[in-house]
Write a protein that binds this ligand. Structure first.
Ligand SMILES: Cc1cc2nc3c(=O)[nH]c(=O)nc-3n(C[C@H](O)[C@H](O)[C@H](O)COP(=O)(O)O)c2cc1C
Length: 191
């Protein structure tokens, strides 16, 4: 897989097979997040890997899926749910760049997972106090992002933005996803 193929394929996935993710794949995701760049090399993020079936089951009600779709379409049912999560925590007193650091680390996690065929969904619509309590996160620290992981059980395809200009992703009758992306010329200026 070339890097460009990885970027095209590494979309958001919201339904998964129930095949377990090998420990070495999760370890590689965490390792690449660990060594990712951070502003001033501050390394104020912490990564919690939720992989036991019991703890993974307890995470499911604490995340909210697919705001653009009705829940019966966008929320994975039992048997379709992610088989692991990685939660990114920002330590108290993190500096101004920490939010950028979260994005960089999250991207390292999802691309490393996809290299092994593991799909993901970065999740910001999460029950932060609930996740903090479940995972024993220090009260002073902030649960920032959860990343759901699993082997995809659907396809996701980039499509042009429709005439209407609507950027909402949508699904077909098989619940495969289509994700409108603006054109190169709309987003890029080369001088
Ligand atoms: C910071 C961030 C937070 C997100 N939060 C959620 C979320 O809480 N629930 C969800 O289902 N998808 C979430 N997504 C997934 C986006 O909806 C998805 O990235 C977007 O629709 C584009 O699809 P693509 O990732 O396949 O390009 C999030 C993505 C990002 C980058």
């Amino acid at each position: 897989m070339t890097l460009s193929e990885l970027y095209v394929g590494c979309r958001t996935y919201r339904r998964f097979t129930q095949e377990r993710i090998p420990d070495d794949v999760l370890r590689a995701c965490l390792e690449n997040a660990r060594i990712s760049s951070t502003g001033a090399n501050a390394q104020t993020l912490r990564f919690i890997c939720v992989r036991s079936p019991e703890m993974t089951a307890k995470m499911q009600p604490l995340v909210k899926w697919a705001a653009a779709l009705p829940p019966e379409i966008g929320t994975p049912k039992p048997g379709e749910q992610p088989t692991a999560f990685i939660v990114i925590v920002k330590k108290a007193g993190s500096g101004a760049f920490a939010d950028v650091d979260v994005g960089i680390a999250a991207h390292a996690i999802v691309t490393t997972a996809w290299e092994s065929g593991v799909g993901s969904c970065m999740m910001g619509a999460i029950n932060r106090p609930g996740i903090a309590a479940l995972l024993g996160v220090d009260e002073a620290d902030t649960v920032h992002l959860a990343i759901a992981l699993g082997y995809p059980a659907h396809k996701s395809t980039i499509v042009p933005v429709p005439e209407s200009g609507l950027l909402k992703y949508y699904v077909d009758e098989k619940r495969d996803y289509y994700v409108p992306k603006k054109t190169f010329d709309e987003l890029v200026k080369i001088v």
